[in-house]
Each structure stands twice: as structure tokens, then as C-alpha cells.
Design a protein around this ligand. Sequence first.
Ligand SMILES: Cc1cc2nc3c(=O)[nH]c(=O)nc-3n(C[C@H](O)[C@H](O)[C@H](O)COP(=O)(O)OP(=O)(O)OC[C@H]3O[C@@H](n4cnc5c(N)ncnc54)[C@H](O)[C@@H]3O)c2cc1C
Length: 487
Amino acid sequence: MVGSVPPAPPSPSAQLFPVPLPPPSFPILPVALASAPTPATATGSSATQIRSWNGLVICNPQKVFHPHSLDELQTEIKDAKHVRFLGAGHSFNEARCSNDTAIDMSGLNRIEVKPSKDHPTVVAQGGATLGEVKRKLESYGLELRPLPTSPHVTVGGAIANSVHATGLTAAILSDLVEEIQIIDAQGKLRIFNPLINPDEFRLALTNFGELGAIYSVTYRCFSKQNLERKDQIFSLDQALAQANTMVEQNAGVRWFWYPDLGGVRVTTDNPTEKPPQNMGNVNPREDAVLTKKNEDGLAWLELHRWWLPERVRNYLISKENKKQLATNDHRVADSADIYFEDFHVNSTRDLAIAIELAKLPYALKKIQEIFKKHGDRRSLFAIGVRFLGESKGALSLSAGRARSAVIEVFVHPDDPDGIPVLQDVSQALVALGGRNHMGKAVYINSFDNYAPRDVAAFAELRKKLDPTGKFSNPFHAQFGPPPVAAK
Ligand SMILES: Cc1cc2nc3c(=O)[nH]c(=O)nc-3n(C[C@H](O)[C@H](O)[C@H](O)COP(=O)(O)OP(=O)(O)OC[C@H]3O[C@@H](n4cnc5c(N)ncnc54)[C@H](O)[C@@H]3O)c2cc1C
């Protein structure tokens, strides 16, 4: 089904923003062609700079430690005045910044698989990346099923921020957790396990790095499976009318909504017995999607690409990718490949806010109004929508809500109107009960939209593990769970 496809191509990038942009001063590369980002760290003076994956967030700690053992980690935490923990730097805010001590967790990356037939698990240290866990599990024919789009995210970063994929069943990675070990402000190892301390375990499942170092995590894992991905183009009204059915009938559903074009690309992923196809150089996020059976859709996406930065556009419409587009009706892939769909462009600001699914039509209407207010702006990327069922974590994005939609808005860092747009969107969605993804751009505290009892209980647990506020920082003081329940 094809939605409203505008007839004529628009003129190039000048239409993207109200004022024409200068050429970007940074390299824009498809992530697949760039080397895997690692935090740039150096131990030492106040000149130490820690950059986020795309260089947009810079922290300036006095000291950076790189522990390789539990002992070292415990001593460094005990001795520090203030400390924050560094994962892969794939968050979009200052949550990991400390003016005093930063602890880079990348040296604590051991992974141990426990391949029981009935109940396989994997124990991974906080600094291991999800990509490393995936590779280790592969040799046992196992996998972690819901994964975010980037393989570089660490186990610690995923627990801190309720990292998620899409689908009604266990789309939030921490819902697969069976035990978390955290080092508290005194350097003491604390165990959170539903069989030992179920209430505290629920609180620790999404902890923003505020309870201490996430030292190790035990995940339930599953037999490896292949997924079949299909894409269709809908009008927004059609997609909204079918949203509930879509999430009930498919293991994974993701929308890419282009408000200026009126259409939604709906991507579904479902388990299959079919073998994986060789997808060549195709970037799974955009290029495997539109098919010869869907030529109107292809025209529609090509049209949109006029507004993408030139180098990215050239990559996307390269001959090889076009050939793939012309020959694949849909794709079958190892599920982890489908989950790990790195972004094409590493220079974006990104916010993600979870609302109840029933409020999705109002939320998208609000976004349309905001785009109109900001000079009829066109979106640089599609607005993403992913779907979540209820999560176990007390402060996870979908705690206490049977069905949620996570709305994701990207802006280009050179867009002069980008931050005001994100601020307006945040305000509108938080007013609709939205909850911030705390790893993305955050402009307004959204903890009023959680159960007050859980927010208060988290504050108490935080006080127990960190009585002096060693793990706090200005970002958390402003946007994190407040010390007492908001209501
Ligand atoms: C390309 C890309 C794709 C993404 N895709 C998704 C997605 O599909 N779904 C999704 O939900 N999010 C996604 N994100 C957001 C990202 O997953 C989260 O921001 C995540 O928290 C980043 O983890 P990190 O390892 O990079 O941690 P960092 O960015 O280094 O840190 C994030 C937070 O976790 C804390 N932290 C990290 N490690 C530890 C530890 N061991 N102990 C205690 N605290 C710790 C930090 O102090 C900080 O507060 C994506 C981001 C990018 C850049």
C-alpha cells in the first residue's frame, strides 16, 4: 500500500532547513565505512577530554581510570570524590560527565556463556559491548534477542538507560536480566536478583549509572533465529488505524514517518526458518527495504534522499545498493544483523520519548504543528516510532504501561533551529505523559510521568548505595529521578 507520494522532486538541501546550511565541517560517513568508535581517553590532567561517539558531547574529568579487575574498580570508586562511568559514549548527553573522576569500563569486558539446554544464560561484565556478547553467543548457537541498533553500546550503558529494540515482548534489554552486580559508593559489591531482593532488583534494572558501577549482568539468552524483514508504505492515517494490529501480529514493528511527505514506512521483522540471504554491501537500515514490487515506495524514498547530505546520498544510491534494491523483495537475516543497524550519519542530535500507544495520534499531530511553527521544516531523517510492551524495570521507558510507542526525532547539529525544535517536541510529549530515553537528548525532567512510589523508592535505594551523592552530576541533578517523589 503506498501513501501520499508527492509528484515532483523538490530542490536539494536548501529546502531542508529554513536557512541554507554551510557545508558540514566534519566527515559524514556511513558508519559501516568508519572505524568503530571508542571513547578517546587519556589518564591525567584537567585537559583530559572525553568525547561522545559523534564528538558532540565533551566531558572534562580531572582523572580517568581504566580498571581491569574488580579490586581496581572498587579502590578507584572508594577513593573518588565524584565519579561517573564511561561506556561506549553512544549516549547523546552529559550523563556520563564528571568534573572529578571518570572510570572507563572498557577493560572489564569478560563474557561467560552458560549454555544450558533449558535455560541458557550469559554473564557479561559492564564494559563488554553488545556486539562482543553477540559474537561470543554465536559460537554456542545462542543470541540476546532484543538488541539496540548499535553493536558498540556496552552492557553497562544498556542497563543504565533502559536500552530497547521494538516489539511487545521483551523489547527492553533489561527485561532479560536475571542478576546485576553493582559496586556502590563504598566500593562494596551489591547483588540484585529477583530471588533475593525482588523490589530492589526491579529498581536496579534501569538505574542511569546512579547506583554505582554496573560490574556484571546475567542475561537470559535464546537459540539463534533468523528474521524476515518486510516493508510497506502507508499513509499516516492508515498506519495509525492499524498500529495495534501491527504490534500484535509481528515480533517487531518499526515506523519511519516523514511528516512533510505524509507517508510512513512500516518495517516488520518476524522469525523464519528460511536461511539468511547474502545482502552484500547493503546497509540493512534503508537499502534492503524497498523492492521492485514497491516501485512507488522506492521513488518516494529516492525523493526524500534529495535532502540528505551529498556524501550519504551518494552512498545510499550507489550502483551496488540500487542493484540490491532491484533484486530483493525482502530480506532474511540473522536477527542480530537486523537489530544492529547503525546509523548512516554519525552527526545527529537525537531525542526519544516513550508515550502510551493510545496517545500516538495526538503526539504525531503535535509534532506536525511544531514543524509547521518552525518554518514548515522538513525532516532530515524520518521520525522513528518503535513499540514496547510492559517492562519489569520500575523506571524503564514502559514501566506499568501495557503498550508504549517510543518516538524518535533527529536533527542535524548544524541546523540553527534544531535544538528549539527538539525542545518543543520534548515539552509537548512530556505533557502527554512522555518519558525521556535518558541516553538521548533531554530537555525537561519527565519523572513526574512515572509511578511516584517507584521514583521515591529509587531515590531511597540511591541514598542507601550512595549516601553522599558521589555518582551524581549536574545532568542528573536536573533531569534524573528527584530525591523525593515528584507527586
Ligand atoms: C548509533 C546509535 C544507535 C543507538 N540505538 C539505540 C537503540 O536502538 N535503542 C536504544 O534504546 N538506544 C539506542 N542508542 C542510545 C544508546 O544505546 C544509549 O544511550 C546507551 O546508554 C549508550 O551506552 P554506552 O555504552 O555508549 O554508554 P555511555 O554513553 O558511555 O554512557 C551512558 C550512561 O550509562 C552510564 N554507564 C555506562 N556504563 C556504565 C557502567 N558499567 N556502570 C554504570 N554506569 C554506566 C554512563 O555513566 C551514562 O550515564 C543508540 C545510540 C547510538 C549512538
